[in-house]
Each structure stands twice: as structure tokens, then as C-alpha cells.
Design a binder for this molecule. Structure first.
Ligand code: NDP
Length: 472
């Protein structure tokens, strides 16, 4: 494998590349081992087919994920016949998608946030991101909540008064739309990849591993932008992905009503619990600037294609399932699912809030009614600068090192459980989230360990468990 490479340019403060390389090795990997490389190639090849498989299982096999495999095994069907039965690309879907993405770009770029001026407690408008590995602090226009509100207000006005399009439009074009989302996902990832070589936004925040597949998948540029404000990470994760999430669910709900004349309590639960999660994301969009996606991940296929295709198709699988398999839960079951979802959300939100409050106030706050305890630590950015930070060891952060992930997993399980136990398909989400968050936890800890060195070991000694105290 080609040696690890980095652009040999003098840094902003005039340090040589060698000095800079010694200064900071935190951030995503510089060198790719064979396992990571094989995983990356596997994902690049198979992830689009996983999405296709789940959607086809619903469309052609009433959401059974084993039936297509059984039929293929018995020779009763072929991959080609599944492929040819799948609705293909349509220009109607392309128009819908182009209008959708164009509208979200317009809202993101041209409608500065005003909601923070009249919604008490909401942090919007221009906000600072976290320090990048090169020591930069980017500015972001936080207007996601406003975009979400405008988009959903228009959706409801259309459904009630305007009738420009049917509320089932998303479901009715779901498979043709999949081709459009893939085109955008691949286009944006490829553009970001080429841009990193030709005109990076900030060359010092680029990482080249020397392996083209890894670079393409995990990204080279840290915060690619077009112009001063069009930030790829913030836009693609939040707008075509997460704003769409609740609209897709609403479209599924409308389809259930159209097909069966009523909406099941399971569909309402999925809409409500996922709606809370989405609204929480936009309410806390400024906080999102401090999460791993923005602070550590580079922008490649993993985020670009993932936000355009994986997120809207697989995060909404429960609603899709309930269109094909309408499940009416008993009151007790529904209450149990609601309780699990709300408790999970509470742990998720409170844990994230505690860290945010602690970091914002630099420890001058109260956690669970007491002065927080913490570990002082230091790290270097790639310009050689020494920075100080603090790791919280009280509140939820004293119980386990990633209780926010635990809460997220409880919420995810609630979405799946809302679909009953008739099929495995809706449970894909909890399996995926468990893999995602456990992997994320390990990769984050690896990064924190290289960033903070022995200070991180002091932290893991003080808080020994990751997700479940006493277990893991
Ligand atoms: P965290 O919010 O847990 O951020 C981890 C970072 O926080 C670390 O890299 C470190 O960064 C800092 N940190 C770690 N421990 C401490 C501590 N004790 N005190 C203070 N700071 C600490 O992780 P994510 O960004 O991954 O996740 C944010 C939320 O988003 C989570 O709730 C997660 O569940 C959710 N999420 C949801 C996904 C989904 O697809 N639904 C996907 C990914 C995340 P630093 O360098 O600043 O020290």
C-alpha cells in the first residue's frame, strides 16, 4: 500500500509539514489496514443493494426478508426477475426530487434564520463550529428548524387546502425516487472527492491515506464548502436527509389511510417517536456542530451517499412496513412502546445536554444539582498549538462513557417494537444502529485516545464502562 501522504504545503503559521505531522494525529485514520479496506470495498459494492433488497422485500414480498432468499434458493425466482419487476427510473420522480432538493438548497442558502429571534431558548442564526484538526473554527448558518417548519407547514397546507400533489406522493414514487437519490448520492460524493484534489476549501484539513477507495468512502476534505456558506456536511445530513424523514413518514401515514381507511396506532407511534427525534435534531442543530459528524468525520461517500440514500430509505423502514402490514397494538403494548421510546429519548437528550452545557460553560454549571467533576486534559492541533479541554465524569457521563448512545438505542428499539413481531424487517434498524453506535463508540474512543493520550486513560479509569454499566 502506498505510504501515508499529506499535502506538503507550509501551514498557516509557517511550520514545516514534518512539524505539523508530529503535532496532531487525531481525526480520521491516516493509514488503512486490510480489514478496513475490505470493509470499505464491501460497503461500496453492497450498501446500495442492501437498500434495494429491503425496499424490494416490501414491494414484492409483503416485507418478508427471508422469502426472496428462499425463492432464490429453490430456483423459483432469479435476481434478474426481481430486478425486472422493480419499477425503474421515471422523469416524474426526477422532477419531484429536483424540486425537493432545489427547495431545500433555497431554504438553506437564501432564508436566514429568524426563528431564534422569537422562539425562547432556541439557538439559531450564525454559530461557531468546533475547532478543526488544523485549528480553524468555521461559521455556520443554523436555520434547520426554520427549514423544517416551512417545509412541514407547506406540506400540511397542501394536504388541507392547495392539493397541488397527493400526500401519498412519496410512497407512490418511492422506488423510482431511489434511483434519483442514488444519482445525487454518488454525484455529490464524487464531486467532493475530486474537489479535495483540485480546489479544497481548506488544504490543511484534508487527509489522504494513499488508498483511493478509503479516500472516496471516508472523505478527504474535512468541511468542504462551496462559497462561504454552503457546507456539505450540514446541508446533506440535515436537509434532504432529516427534513425528509418526517415527510416520508407522513406520506406512509397518508397511504395507510388511503388503503385501509384508518391509521393504526403503531403508525402514529412511529410518526410521533421519530418526529420527536427529528425535531430534537433541528432544535439542537447548533449542538450538532459539536458532534462527531461535524467535528471528526471527513465528507466522503459515507456521509454523502449515506445522507441521500441510506438515511431516507432505511431509517424510515418501520413506516414503510406498516403500509404493507398494518399492525394495531393493544393499549398495553402501545403504552410500553411509548414508554420505552420516551425514556430512551430522555436519556439520549439529557446526556447530550449535560455534555453541551458542561463544555459551553467550561464546567461552571450544575449537573444533577451539583458542581460537575471532570478531568483536565490537553491536545495539540496540527498547527502545533496546545489546547486545553475537560472530560466530564459526573451526571450521565459518570455512569458510562456513551449513555447518549444507549438512550438512542432504546428509542430505536421502540420504533421497531411498534411494528409488532410479525416480521424481522422492521428490526433491521435496531441491528444497524447497534452496529453503528458500537463501532462509532470504539472509533471515537480510539480517536480520543490519540487526541488526549494519557489524560484519556485517566478518564477511562474513572468511568470504566461504555454503554451499559457493569456489562460493556
Ligand atoms: P458524542 O456526542 O458522544 O461526542 C463524542 C465526543 O464528545 C468525543 O469525541 C469527545 O470530543 C467528547 N467527549 C467524550 N467524552 C466526553 C466527556 N466525558 N466530557 C466531555 N466531552 C466528551 O457522540 P456523537 O457525536 O457520535 O453523537 C451525538 C449524538 O448523535 C448521540 O446521542 C448519538 O446517539 C447521535 N447519533 C445518531 C445517529 C443516527 O444515525 N441516528 C448517528 C450518530 C450519532 P472532544 O474531541 O470534543 O473531546
Amino acid at each position: 500500500m502506498e505510504a501515508t501522504r499529506r499535502r506538503a504545503q507550509p501551514s498557516a503559521n509557517g511550520k514545516s509539514p514534518e512539524q505539523v505531522d508530529q503535532a496532531a494525529q487525531w481525526g480520521r485514520a491516516w493509514e488503512v489496514d486490510w480489514f478496513s479496506l475490505l470493509s470499505v470495498i464491501g460497503l461500496l459494492c453492497f450498501a446500495p443493494f442492501i437498500v434495494f433488497y429491503f425496499v424490494m422485500a416490501c414491494d414484492q414480498y409483503q416485507c418478508s426478508i427471508s422469502q426472496p432468499l428462499v425463492e432464490l434458493y429453490r430456483g423459483e425466482t432469479t435476481l434478474l426477475s426481481i430486478w425486472t419487476r422493480a419499477p425503474s427510473f421515471t422523469w416524474t420522480a426526477a422532477k419531484i426530487y429536483a424540486i425537493w432538493v432545489g427547495f431545500q438548497v433555497f431554504l438553506y442558502m437564501c432564508v436566514p434564520d429568524i426563528t431564534h429571534k422569537f422562539i425562547p431558548g432556541y439557538v439559531g442564526g450564525v454559530q461557531d463550529g468546533a475547532r478543526t484538526p488544523a485549528g480553524l473554527i468555521n461559521k455556520y448558518e443554523i436555520n434547520g428548524l426554520q427549514c423544517w417548519l416551512i417545509t412541514h407547514a407547506l406540506w400540511f397546507l397542501n394536504a388541507k387546502y392547495f392539493h397541488w400533489f397527493s400526500p401519498t406522493i412519496v410512497f407512490d414514487n418511492w422506488i423510482p425516487l431511489m434511483w434519483c437519490t442514488n444519482i445525487l448520492g454518488y454525484a455529490v460524493s464524487t464531486f467532493a472527492f475530486i474537489k479535495a484534489y483540485l480546489f479544497p476549501t481548506n488544504a490543511e484539513d484534508c487527509k489522504f491515506t494513499g488508498n483511493v477507495f478509503y479516500n472516496y468512502m471516508m472523505g478527504i476534505e474535512f468541511n468542504p464548502r462551496i462559497g462561504e456558506w454552503f457546507d456539505f456536511k450540514l446541508f446533506f445530513n440535515g436537509r434532504p436527509g432529516i427534513v425528509a424523514w418526517t415527510l416520508i413518514n407522513l406520506s406512509y401515514m397518508a397511504k395507510q389511510e388511503e388503503l385501509y381507511g384508518h391509521v393504526t396506532n403503531s403508525m402514529i407511534l412511529v410518526n410521533v417517536l421519530q418526529g420527536i427525534y427529528v425535531l430534537d435534531f433541528f432544535w439542537n442543530e447548533a449542538w450538532y456542530l459539536k458532534t462527531i459528524d461535524i467535528c471528526h468525520d471527513h465528507f466522503g461517500w459515507y456521509l454523502g451517499w449515506g445522507d441521500c440514500v441510506w438515511l431516507p430509505y432505511l431509517y424510515t423502514l418501520q413506516g414503510l412496513y406498516l403500509v404493507y402490514q398494518p399492525v394495531q397494538l393493544s393499549d398495553t403494548q402501545a403504552l410500553a412502546v411509548l414508554a420505552l421510546g420516551l425514556v430512551g429519548y430522555y436519556i439520549f437528550r439529557s446526556t447530550n445536554h449535560q455534555k453541551d452545557l458542561f463544555r459551553r460553560t467550561e464546567g461552571s454549571c450544575s449537573i444533577w444539582g451539583q458542581k460537575p467533576s471532570y478531568i483536565e486534559c490537553s491536545y495539540r492541533s496540527s498547527d502545533g498549538g496546545l489546547h486545553r479541554s475537560k472530560l466530564l465524569t459526573s451526571g450521565f457521563w459518570g455512569v458510562a462513557r456513551h449513555l447518549n448512545y444507549t438512550g438512542d438505542l432504546m428509542g430505536s428499539l421502540a420504533y421497531c417494537a411498534a411494528c409488532g413481531f410479525g416480521h424481522l424487517l422492521p428490526y433491521f434498524y435496531i441491528v444497524y444502529m447497534t452496529i453503528l453506535l458500537v463501532h462509532r463508540c470504539v472509533r471515537d474512543e480510539h480517536r480520543c485516545s490519540s487526541k488526549y493520550g494519557k489524560d484519556w486513560s485517566r478518564y477511562t479509569d474513572a468511568v470504566p464502562y461504555r454503554l451499559i454499566p457493569g456489562v460493556f
